[in-house]
Ligand binder design. Structure first.
Ligand code: NDP
Ligand code: ZN
Length: 351
């Protein structure tokens, strides 16, 4: 089969590989829709997960099942399925402890385009199919469905980690596709004021549509000052879905004592994360920081899909660029790398 791969750090290309083999608990799918991710860009061009050779990229897909293992109970050939970007081993001790994303080691629930070939191919392999696939609801837009792989669950995880409660005043730092879904999640969880930080106009407009009450442009001055002014003091919760190593420092400064930070951003540089000692209460301010890879799995996909079917979230609005055919994953990924101003998320639909 043909697949679009990371050849080595900084280099991509098309390769040919054997079609993956299906173990007793697994499924083999062919893609119906695919999306590149900022994480694919970090993987190839920032060497985020170390060197990989001839590894097929991609972890965001909607698929059709073409083969199932002998022990798979709930899926059959021909089923159209939502595919979680994170596909844990559900019988692992880490999953039993509530940290499915770390089954097999820290971050090892992330298998596609990390420990095995990803989804940018004619066929891809899904481990633990009963635990990691979900049926595609009848009539669901393929763009919305594809966002259930990663953008929706990751954005929502930011809101879970920050423990958003009704009435909270919340800052969401970063409103790319992930942060935009965090805005939507904070709104659903009942946040009062949502201060969304970004600079691109289309992201800002969508943030407002998803529930942001104010847009803060980090290019136009210190975001701590801007947010504390608007909020008349520190916020209850911060979700970090963008920015750099200074972002923690800013998040701590704008957070009230006893507040919580949920980070889903990839921290790509430096050996340490900055926490301002004084504003952290010299270690006694009860300002909690949680950072996490999103949990994957079927139940989560089913529940998030329910929100789409019930018209409560509209992730298809993230899709700004549509392509057709497997070979289009290459220009779609390059678009993600170059991030033109009008881009939020590209989608590739198979012909
Ligand atoms: P984008 O690059 O599309 O969005 C990043 C956002 O951060 C933009 O709104 C950008 O603003 C904003 N930003 C950039 N620099 C700053 C700054 N200095 N201060 C404040 N805001 C800033 O990324 P995605 O939404 O695709 O992904 C967000 C992060 O989530 C990435 O790091 C990605 O790797 C990670 N991720 C994590 C996952 C997980 O499970 N934890 C899964 C998937 C992704 P603008 O562009 O408007 O100027
Ligand atoms: Zn992704």
């Amino acid at each position: 089969m043909k697949g679009f791969a990371m050849l080595k750090i900084g280099e991509t290309g098309w390769i040919t590989k054997d079609t993956p083999e299906c173990g007793p608990l697994d499924a083999i799918c062919k893609p119906l829709a695919l999306a590149p991710c900022t994480s694919d860009v970090h993987t190839v061009w920032a060497g985020a997960i170390g060197d990989r050779h001839n590894m097929i990229l991609g972890h965001e897909a909607v698929g059709e099942v073409v083969e199932v293992g002998s022990l798979v109970k709930d899926f059959k050939v021909g089923d159209r399925v939502l595919v979680s970007a994170i596909t844990p081993d559900w019988n692992s001790l880490a999953a039993q402890e509530g940290y499915s994303m770390h089954s097999g080691g820290m971050l090892a629930g992330w298998k596609f385009s990390n420990f095995k070939d990803g989804v940018f191919a004619e066929y891809f392999h899904v481990n633990d199919a009963d635990g990691n696939l979900a049926l595609l609801p009848e009539g669901m837009d393929l763009g919305a469905a594809c966002m259930v792989s990663d953008m929706v669950p990751t954005g929502f995880h930011g809101a879970e980690l920050a423990d958003i409660q009704y009435g909270d005043n919340v800052a969401v730092i970063g409103i790319g596709p992930v942060g935009l879904m965090s805005v939507a999640a904070a709104a659903i969880r009942g946040a009062a004021n949502i201060y969304a930080v970004g600079s691109r106009k289309n992201c800002a407009d969508l943030a407002v549509e998803y529930g942001a009450t104010d847009i803060i442009n980090y290019r136009e001055g210190d975001i701590v000052e801007q947010i504390m002014d608007l909020n008349c003091g520190p916020v209850d919760k911060v979700i970090i879905a963008g920015g750099d190593n200074d972002t923690f420092d800013q998040a701590i400064r704008m957070l009230k004592a006893g507040g919580k930070i949920g980070n889903v951003n990839y921290l790509g540089e430096g050996d340490y994360v900055k926490i301002p000692r004084g504003e952290w209460g010299c270690g006694m301010g009860h300002k909690q920081i949680a950072g996490g890879l999103m949990p994957g799995g079927r139940l989560r996909s089913e529940k998030l899909a329910r929100l789409i079917v019930a018209n409560r979230i509209h992730p298809e609005k993230l899709i700004t660029h549509r392509f057709e055919g497997l070979e289009s994953v290459e220009p779609a990924l390059m678009l993600m790398k170059d991030k033109p101003k009008d881009l939020i998320k590209p989608l590739v639909v198979m012909e």
